[in-house]
Design a protein around this ligand. Structure first.
Ligand SMILES: [Zn+2]
Ligand SMILES: [Zn+2]
Length: 158
């Protein structure tokens, strides 16, 4: 799926071709919360080779938090995507930066629940983890392909 993305002020636009596009992982860790200015963050995944900066390259600044490089717009502050030197081939776009309509995930996972703020504890069905999840994003998408979870979940939708 070709994803088109941008920051809020539209100086930066980027594109990414990826098969790992379900925005299913809701992360409450303090880094996601602070860098998103929100009670959680949602990232998807792709290959760094497939990233195309369409415009605004000069506005992109990076901030290192632990092992991750967080890339954001220096004009409007919008978080764009993450890279990680431990997995140098990957890129983790902030799902909220994507303008292309992403599919609703058949199943959510909430991670780093130990770091959740007391004023935002939504009732979201799916798997819950106190810290890191059991599966990587790649494994989750592989699981979806194998189990055809899409169809199973659609049948039960209200
Ligand atoms: Zn911007
Ligand atoms: Zn996080």
């Amino acid at each position: 799926m070709l994803l088109k993305a941008s920051c809020q002020c539209q100086k930066i636009r980027y594109e990414l071709e990826t098969d790992l596009y379900y925005p299913y992982m809701i992360c409450y860790c303090s880094i996601c919360r602070k860098t998103n200015g929100a009670p959680f963050g949602v990232n998807i995944k792709g290959d760094l080779d497939n990233l195309k900066i369409i415009n605004g390259k000069d506005y992109i600044k990076t901030y290192s938090a632990k092992d991750c490089e967080r890339h954001f717009c220096s004009k409007c502050g919008s978080p764009l995507y993450i890279t990680d030197h431990r997995w140098p081939d990957g890129i983790w776009p902030n799902a909220a930066s994507i303008d292309t309509a992403l599919p609703k995930p058949p199943e959510y996972q909430q991670i780093f629940l130990d770091d959740q703020v007391p004023w935002f504890k939504p009732d979201i069905p799916g798997k819950k983890f106190s810290g890191y999840p059991k599966w990587s994003i790649d494994e989750y998408h592989q699981h979806l392909k194998n189990s055809n979870l899409d169809n199973e979940t659609n049948n039960n939708e209200i």
